[in-house]
Write a protein that binds this ligand. Structure first.
Ligand code: NAG
Ligand code: NAG
Length: 273
């Protein structure tokens, strides 16, 4: 192997290790369902010892960043959860979408209507359940990926901001998991759902300044504070853990950055559930 190849490999390994560091539990973090306190984060992902299957409900809001679920966030969540050995069931509400957006133009497709459950079924490869049937009794954790669907179909946040209404099943599900002391993961814009419904929780949607376009939706943090929640500035490859409320959030595409950074942040969230 040439010394140049060796150097490239060393750089790759170093960057992998840096990513692993982002997964390290913070001091004092309670034992997580995906790993034991005695295990290193890497051991938790690669453990061969049998451990209880963690049942995770993933709640979608359509299919496509501008009118539904952000697909890459959803896919990243599913990859990390399957690697962690979780048993995943996918849900979406059986309601019409607020908009159908032509993603080539970023404009509404006039006269077109789509159903959130039907569209979400694309991401779920057809295996999806009506959100009305989701009960916290049957799952150990719930995860909400982002995309404008969370702000248009799961809530009216995109139109009404802090005065938004939240879909009644989304509200019920968030309250059920919270009251049962079961972890809730949310990314991108979805943390506004937890801020609106649960109020006094800690969440992140990333940074609080636009920083030259890197954080184009930075103003969201102010709305979260106005709702009575605490906003915690967090980098895109990290997750913030509200240990008391078991709410785990990561900025994902609130940050205008590369796919692998989003994937790493979503992994940090999935691992911290
Ligand atoms: C559908 O998902 C459930 C878990 O929610 C799983 O038990 C079942 O095997 C899946 N069915 C198919 C056909 O993949
Ligand atoms: C068509 C439409 O607007 N559908 C719904 C999307 O979600 C919000 C929040 O639950 C509802 O108010 C809308 O009716």
């Amino acid at each position: 192997m040439s010394s140049r190849t060796m150097a490239a490999l060393r750089a790759l390994v170093a960057s992998r290790l840096a990513v692993t560091a982002a997964f390290a539990p913070r001091p004092g973090l309670r034992a997580l369902p995906f790993g034991g306190p005695a295990q290193s984060p890497r051991a938790a992902f690669h453990a061969s010892a049998p451990r209880p299957v963690t049942r995770v409900a993933v709640v979608l809001s359509g299919c496509g960043v501008y009118d539904g679920t952000e697909l890459h966030e959803a896919s990243s969540i599913l990859v990390h959860l399957s690697r962690a050995g979780a048993e995943v069931q996918i849900f979406a509400p059986d309601i019409p979408q607020m908009h159908v957006i032509d993603h080539t133009k970023g404009q509404p497709s006039e006269g077109e209507t789509r159903n959130v459950l039907t569209e979400s079924a694309r991401i779920a490869r057809g295996n999806i359940t009506d959100l009305a049937k989701l009960s916290a009794a049957n799952h150990d954790a719930a995860v909400f990926p982002g995309g404008f669907g969370a702000a248009k179909n799961l809530s009216t946040f995109a139109v009404d901001g802090g005065d938004c209404k939240v879909n009644k099943d989304v509200e019920r599900v968030l309250k059920e998991f919270h009251q049962a002391g079961k972890p809730i993961g949310l990314c991108c814009i979805a943390p506004v759902l937890a801020a609106k419904v649960l109020r006094r929780v800690e969440v992140t949607v990333g940074h609080e300044q636009e920083e030259g376009g890197r954080w184009p939706h930075a103003g969201t943090a102010q709305v979260i504070k106005a709702l009575g929640a605490k906003h915690c500035v967090t980098g895109v490859t990290e997750a913030h853990v509200d240990q008391k409320n078991k709410v785990v959030t990561t900025p994902a595409f609130m940050c205008d950055t590369a796919f692998h950074h989003i994937h790493d942040g979503v992994g940090a969230m999935a691992f911290s559930l």
